[in-house]
Design a protein around this ligand. Structure first.
Ligand SMILES: [Zn+2]
Length: 169
């Protein structure tokens, strides 16, 4: 028989909302993670004009505007900035290995799993848009989801491995 396990937040004793955090700590984690991710990928300069491309652009815009002193401008002529999730990146890189597909440009949202993006959008009453995959992508996604039942961090670890790998070559 299955036992329903209710997890608590790792920062306080409230019930878990997403990624082992309660609602309040999840929001803090989400903003903090974005700041760290931007600092790491270094693709946006202060006062730069950008053009968000992909799903969940509203979220991307909200996060960019949440950073003090960044003073970003949004324009269709601006620098192209993708907004895909970590799941999408992991699947896409697998596809690249199997085909002659081109690698993606870094995304401002690739530090998050898709379920985290959905959870955040729900909290902030923003529109959440699901990623779309190619036929091969859908097959890979199915396999990865199966694997995830045994290895819950499979997306995060494959993303990290690929990142290290590309830094080396
Ligand atoms: Zn908490």
């Amino acid at each position: 028989m299955f036992k329903l396990i209710i997890m608590n937040c790792i920062k306080c004793d409230k019930t878990e909302y997403c990624s082992r955090f309660c609602k309040e700590h999840f929001l803090k984690y989400f903003y903090k993670k974005f700041k760290a991710h931007l600092a790491r990928i270094k693709i946006i300069a202060r006062s730069e004009s950008v053009n968000l491309k992909g799903k969940n652009k509203e979220l991307g815009k909200h996060l960019l505007l949440s950073i003090d002193n960044l003073d970003i401008k949004f324009s269709p002529q601006g620098k192209e900035l993708p907004t895909y999730s970590m799941d999408y990146k992991a699947i896409n890189e697998l596809e690249c290995m199997m085909t002659e597909m081109k690698h993606l440009l870094p995304s401002i949202l690739e530090c998050y799993r898709e379920e985290e993006i959905e959870a955040f959008c729900n909290l902030k009453k923003m529109k959440f848009e699901q990623e779309q995959y190619s036929i091969l992508g859908q097959k890979l996604l199915k396999e990865m989801d199966k694997l995830e039942k045994r290895k819950p961090n499979i997306y995060t670890s494959s993303y990290k491995i690929l990142e290290k790998f590309y830094k080396k070559i």
